[in-house]
Design a protein around this ligand. Structure first.
Ligand code: 13P
Length: 290
């Protein structure tokens, strides 16, 4: 029996008496979409390091190594605000994306020292780290403030890298799941399913950030599986299985493979080890084998 696909409507014309034939949608693009369901994402959070000239030096060195990197990984650099224009200009033709480390939930007005989502869009920034534990603990950002920022980022199609994580005290007190569930539920309030698919979650246990102490692969996997289960509760399995969850906290070239090898760990948010080209490059190569 001849089956013809109508390329304009996508419908199939076939003789009436024939039994129905089910066409599986395994066209290459759909197949790749399944394989790409959770493409790893590795991001450098430079924190309060690297002005425009150090940013340029890093990017020039890093770009020269890009050909060696595996294709199946998204790479993001998050410099300080003053270096963002330099980064987006230098990376305009690159596969490397640029993220801000924070932004205001306000659009404009009397908010001295703030930067808006629209301003970040105007200079071609694509991601924004929101709710980092340093923003929460040093600058008093609450789940409600972070939620307002997440919603604002989505309004202008900036992708949030939404950070969560427990303190050592909270973990030792048996409050890990309660803390994570509250941060997720309140921080992502009113985020739609579609927006959720464009949100990256970064699980960063506060006790592992900048301390040299890394969560064991099993501890990290357990927390990631829990985070995914909360996303399942809120959005259903078809969304939660597509949401990328990064691990952050003393990720280095030497532990990246084991951490990123865990089932629910889809990348890394890296501080100290992302400040040098060679260590960030090694971390990417080790973490995401070809
Ligand atoms: P370190 O990799 O230096 O521990 O920092 C992690 C972090 O806070 C990334 O956002």
């Amino acid at each position: 029996m001849e089956i013809t696909a109508d390329s304009t409507s996508g419908s199939v014309n076939r003789p009436e008496a024939e039994p129905p034939i089910i066409l599986l949608p395994l066209v290459p693009s759909a197949f790749n979409a399944v394989l790409d369901m959770r493409k790893p994402i590795i991001a450098a959070n430079w924190k309060l390091n690297k002005g425009p000239s150090d940013t340029e030096d890093f990017i020039r060195g890093f770009e020269s190594k890009l050909a060696d990197f595996p294709k199946g990984v998204d790479i993001v650099l998050a410099p300080p605000f003053v270096s963002l224009v330099k980064a987006t200009e230098l990376l305009s033709q690159s596969r490397v994306r640029v993220s801000a480390q924070n932004m205001s939930e306000q659009d404009n007005g009397a908010y001295t020292g703030e930067i808006s989502a629209f301003m970040l869009k105007e200079i071609f920034v694509q991601y924004v780290i929101l709710g980092h534990s340093e923003r929460r603990s040093i600058y008093g950002e609450t789940d409600a403030i972070i939620n307002a920022k997440v919603l604002k980022a989505h309004e202008v199609e900036l992708k949030p890298i939404f950070c969560i994580g427990e303190t050592l005290q909270e973990r030792e007190d048996g409050k890990l799941e309660k803390v994570l569930r509250t941060q997720i539920t309140d921080g992502l309030k009113d985020v739609t399913e579609k927006q959720m698919l464009d949100t990256v979650i970064a699980y960063e246990p506060v006790w592992a950030i900048g301390t040299g102490v890394t969560a064991s692969p099993q501890q990290a996997q357990d927390a990631h599986a829990f985070v995914r289960s909360v996303i399942t509760d809120l959005y259903g399995i078809s969304v939660s299985e597509k949401v990328r969850i990064q691990y952050g906290g003393s990720v280095k070239p030497g532990n990246a493979a084991e951490l990123l090898g865990q089932k629910d760990i889809d990348g890394a948010l890296v501080g100290g080890a992302a400040l040098e080209v060679s260590s960030f490059a090694d971390l990417i190569k080790n973490g995401v084998p070809e």
